[in-house]
Design a protein around this ligand. Sequence first.
Ligand SMILES: NC(=O)c1ccc[n+]([C@@H]2O[C@H](COP(=O)([O-])OP(=O)(O)OC[C@H]3O[C@@H](n4cnc5c(N)ncnc54)[C@H](OP(=O)(O)O)[C@@H]3O)[C@@H](O)[C@H]2O)c1
Length: 281
Amino acid sequence: MFHNRMKLAIKPNNPMRTQSSSIIRAPSLSNLHSEKTAVPKIDFVVTGATDGIGKAYAEELARRGFAIVLISRSQEKLDDVSKAIASKCGVETKTIAADFSAVDIYSRIEDGLAGLEIGILVNNVGISYSYPEFFLNVPDLETFIDTMVNINITSVCHMTRLVLPRMVERKKGAILNISSASGMYPFPLLTVYSASKAFVDFFSRGLQAEYKSKGIIIQSVLPFFVATKLSKIRRATLDKPSPERYGWVTTALLPAKILNSHVMGMGLSQRARYLKKQKQG
Ligand SMILES: NC(=O)c1ccc[n+]([C@@H]2O[C@H](COP(=O)([O-])OP(=O)(O)OC[C@H]3O[C@@H](n4cnc5c(N)ncnc54)[C@H](OP(=O)(O)O)[C@@H]3O)[C@@H](O)[C@H]2O)c1
């Protein structure tokens, strides 16, 4: 049976305590759970839970005894993560295999969540570019646009649509939306990604204003670089932490003009390296 110990307060430094390089636009979630709160059953849902930041969230939550619903596209990977969590943390997980690039998945997800009291939804799933590129040169642009919008934007809206009504009824609940620092400023050569992450941030902030008085907390998390498959950063460093250690950064303090030209420069050199590699076969 799904069960949790009602201990966690997800604050910026918790569950990923030693994070660097992340902005969190949010009220603290510390009021949501306390050891004294007698909430009967609260489950977490994490999308994109089989790798990177989503997996790190899931593992950290499980370590603290929370019951988690893991959603990702590959059942095999979900089973692996689920088994690892069960053996490391002794916590039960439920898995739902769903590909967020499609839009006809939500009634199945709704069925999978039926009967659970979802306390916290982590809208983490997201994809980026294979390499930085000018908009019109993005390979298979038409599919690319649909896929990115469905995964990065549509999933956030629909997952919220599925869990929010019950949270409002209970006057309690939280939604963590993983945006990106690239949603704070336009990231040339990653323009569609960057714009999709701005959507996630604005969606979160608007929704927080709408539902704050109903006891719901909506956090928008804006990480900078984290060493994951998505960022293609293989080795974690102090300023590009592993997903387990990612966190605060002072990007908010950087003047947009400097950041923009730095990012364009970075994108151009990454793009050049990628194209050179492609040519070399
Ligand atoms: N890494 C960074 O530097 C960084 C910075 C800022 C923001 N973010 C944001 O953080 C979030 C997580 O990124 P990450 O770096 O942890 O990514 P990641 O390592 O690539 O992990 C992505 C997760 O999403 C799943 N996924 C991908 N496409 C999917 C689909 N179509 N349907 C269902 N699941 C799918 C993956 O499943 P599979 O295992 O099956 O691929 C994996 O579990 C994203 O929203 C990203 O935009 C990341």
